[in-house]
Design a protein around this ligand. Structure first.
Ligand SMILES: [Zn+2]
Ligand SMILES: [Zn+2]
Length: 293
């Protein structure tokens, strides 16, 4: 399916992954998202600006907790009368070697919602100038190992409400390894999905891949279905917008994939409390019709 098949979605209960100008890679003021959310009938948004723990990463010490919290809470107050709920969340970059720092941060700071994600760091083998030679001659399991090992650590840690863009590495591999090769190797995903189920961490269907090189979600539909088969009940979906026109972009596809995997609600911890958000009936009906035919 071509990227052009998607656009900005409307009439949805939640976009759970958004970056504002308090992330180093975005310059969108929070009110721009809030305004779009009201206009598009998206009734809840989670602001999830980056928090990094490696001093070489861009969001290390970028915006203070106090500033991020104040901006999100003030906006939540301003927009509540228009029927929009704004949650104060964050996206924490996870690597095993920084697990103690992540745990410490979460012990000292309170969020409505946390996403744990593995990103591609400055020394990563997946960097543009390195990935070609790294991939060459290696079997897929070895290609994915450095990334998937940290992702499994994030899932196993139980620190996060949801696991962000599980196989984001597809974006960096796309020129060398087609995304379909990853989807054809579900056994490589299984340990991560089992760790999510065992720790009560949600899986995120991150739709930003629809507008990036893989042209599919992180992870793909078949992996979301496998998660469900393995007993997964907690799921989120978010657009991971960094620009105004990426707000809710392709987000209806995230809901469609969730419904088609058999989910009827999005579910996740919010802080300590379990939350469910109903998947709109139109996706559920389509999923049932699809299975019948
Ligand atoms: Zn991310
Ligand atoms: Zn993000």
């Amino acid at each position: 399916m071509a990227a052009s098949a998607f656009g900005q979605a409307s009439d949805l209960p939640l976009d759970s992954h958004l970056h504002t100008d308090l992330s180093p890679d975005s310059d969108v003021p929070i009110d721009v998202y809030a305004d779009q959310a009201v206009e598009r009938g998206i009734t809840e948004i989670a602001i999830t600006d980056h928090v990094d723990f490696d001093p070489r990463y861009p969001a290390y010490d970028y915006a203070s907790y106090a500033d991020r919290e104040r901006v999100a809470r003030d906006a939540a107050e301003r927009w509540a009368s228009q029927g929009l709920a704004i949650r104060f969340g964050c996206e924490l970059t996870y690597e095993r070697r920084y697990e103690d720092a992540v745990r410490d941060h979460l012990r000292r700071h309170r969020y409505d919602f946390t996403i744990g994600s593995v990103h591609i760091g400055p020394l990563s083998p997946y960097g543009t100038d390195r990935v070609g030679s790294f991939v060459s001659g290696r079997p897929l399991a070895e290609v994915l190992a450095p990334y998937f090992d940290d992702v499994e650590g994030a899932a196993r840690s139980g620190l996060f409400d949801t696991l962000g863009h599980l196989d984001f590495v597809k974006r960096y591999l796309a020129a060398h390894v087609p995304p379909s090769e990853l989807a054809a190797a579900p056994e490589l995903y299984e340990p991560i999905l089992r760790a999510l189920v065992e720790t009560g961490t949600a899986l995120e269907v991150n739709v930003s891949g629809l507008r990036q090189a893989p042209l599919e979600t992180y992870p793909a539909e078949s992996i979301v279905a496998l998660y469900r088969d393995l007993g997964g009940t907690r799921l989120t979906t978010g657009s991971d917008a960094h620009r105004p026109d990426w707000f809710a972009f392709g987000l209806d596809e995230g809901y469609r994939i969730a419904a088609s995997a058999g989910f009827r609600v999005l579910a996740f911890r919010r802080g300590r409390d379990p939350v469910t958000v109903g998947i709109p009936e139109r996706f559920v009906e389509r999923a049932s019709a699809g299975r019948g035919g």
